[in-house]
Unconditional design. Structure first.
Length: 187
């Protein structure tokens, strides 16, 4: 089970790494829009909207690995003072709530993607691109979030190392020294 948990973490780490590159696409799109508007006096109808559509996958694909790194906002008034079994129990409760959230989101998002695809939904803008490819990232991210929460729960139950040491790649990515709470290392 721990091997499967590490595989899920590695998958999410890859998605996280890939999604970081989408920021460059957004910047280039907005740069093109500014240049075409002010230097060429010919603004595009598609660049600002495409930048907005690319932001969705960027935002969604980073979330599951960020959960692993402990980078989401958390109210840790009680858990910061907990030790031993209580700390483990609180971690597991939080992870199971995150998994439940991901599964509920998946349950409701998947039919919306299918509906968008079957109706041929578009953005109703001047450019008018199909929307379902962007909406597809919502159930994908929800599934990856649920899987990552379960993977972290497995690692917690196995008593895995609490995380990478300060200065490791994960701590540099988030700016945190503590690393992930569960310690699954993606190799």
């Amino acid at each position: 089970m721990l091997h499967l948990a590490r595989g899920i973490t590695a998958l999410n780490r890859g998605m996280f790494a890939a999604s970081k590159w989408l920021v460059y696409a957004i910047v280039l799109l907005m740069l093109w829009e500014v240049l075409s508007r002010y230097l060429l006096a010919s603004p595009t109808s598609w660049a600002p909207e495409l930048a907005t559509l690319v932001f969705g996958p960027f935002f969604l694909l980073g979330g599951p690995y960020l959960l692993h790194l402990g980078g989401h906002v958390a109210v840790d008034i009680v858990s910061a003072k907990a030790t031993g079994r209580l700390a483990t129990a609180l971690t597991l409760v939080g992870l199971f709530l995150a998994a439940a959230f991901g599964l509920i989101l998946l349950w409701f998002a998947a039919p919306l993607v299918w509906q968008s695809y079957s109706y041929g939904e578009t953005s109703y803008s001047a450019w008018n691109p199909p929307i379902w490819p962007v909406k597809l990232f919502l159930p994908l991210a929800a599934l990856l979030l649920a899987l990552q929460a379960l993977a972290d729960a497995i690692a917690t139950l196995h008593g895995s190392h609490p995380g990478p040491e300060a200065g490791s790649e994960a701590s540099v990515e988030t700016g945190a020294d503590a690393g992930p709470k569960t310690g699954i290392q993606a190799h």
